[in-house]
Design a protein around this ligand. Structure first.
Ligand code: ADP
Ligand code: 5GP
Length: 189
């Protein structure tokens, strides 16, 4: 039986880094749910790899056609959502599905698939370290760093609604803690 593993964290906490490492652990049998977004690609991101990239008009069409399990305007004018076709595609493979979604989207998926969900919120050690990581990544302008810091203050309020909270201070420790949660989640269902 496949499970839905939801991972949320304020942008810059290291969520993508943690997810990349988890995906390499074949014993976890994870497949990544590629989300749809109306934000433009960052760095070397490619359509169908990190995200399915759409124009704002195309994204509105997906909403109108009810092709999304959930969607959120995470940043002004930037929509992100989970495609029904993506969940169906991965569920048919019988593997655990890993979702990288914001806290609001995670709550919606959790409501929809309660018994199948294991939800994990990753925390940065401090706000100062979060800012340092966002700035050192160098992919956002100073204005976008501020936007993401504001969003982080909002998202952290949702942490207690997740099944588990893990602090990403030491990366290896964080990855092993999350891997253990995924393994236990599977064993208990
Ligand atoms: P997110 O996906 O949460 O936006 P990233 O995975 O892109 O964040 O990480 C943001 C930056 O922080 C990257 O430069 C990454 O290398 C760095 N980073 C990730 N985890 C840690 C950690 N545990 N300690 C220090 N730096 C980290
Ligand atoms: P980024 O622009 O850094 O890739 O992602 C910004 C935020 O959007 C992150 O918090 C990420 O988890 C969230 N996100 C990515 N895909 C989805 C999705 O399908 N649904 C929702 N609700 N949020 C998503």
């Amino acid at each position: 039986m496949s499970h839905l593993i939801l991972i949320s964290a304020p942008s810059g906490s290291g969520k993508s880094t943690v997810i990349q490492q988890l995906m390499q652990d074949e014993s976890l049998r994870l497949s990544f749910s590629i989300s749809a977004t109306s934000r433009p690609p960052r760095g070397n991101e490619q359509h169908g790899v990190e995200y399915y990239f759409y124009t704002p008009e195309q994204f509105k069409q997906l909403i109108a056609e009810d092709r999304l399990v959930e969607y959120v305007e995470v940043y002004p004018g930037k929509y992100y959502g989970t495609l029904r076709s993506e969940v169906d595609r991965l569920a048919a493979m019988g593997r655990n599905i890993l979702f990288d979604v914001d806290a609001v989207g995670a709550m919606r998926i959790q409501e929809a698939y309660r018994d199948k969900v294991v939800s994990i919120f990753l925390m940065p050690p401090t706000f100062a370290e979060l800012r340092r990581r966002l700035e050192s990544r160098g992919t956002e302008s100073p204005e976008l760093v501020e936007e993401r810091m504001r969003r982080a203050s909002y998202e952290i309020n949702f942490a207690e609604q997740f099944d588990h909270t893990v602090v990403n201070d030491d990366l290896e420790l964080c990855v092993s803690q999350v891997a253990k949660i995924i393994q236990i989640g599977r064993a208990h269902v």
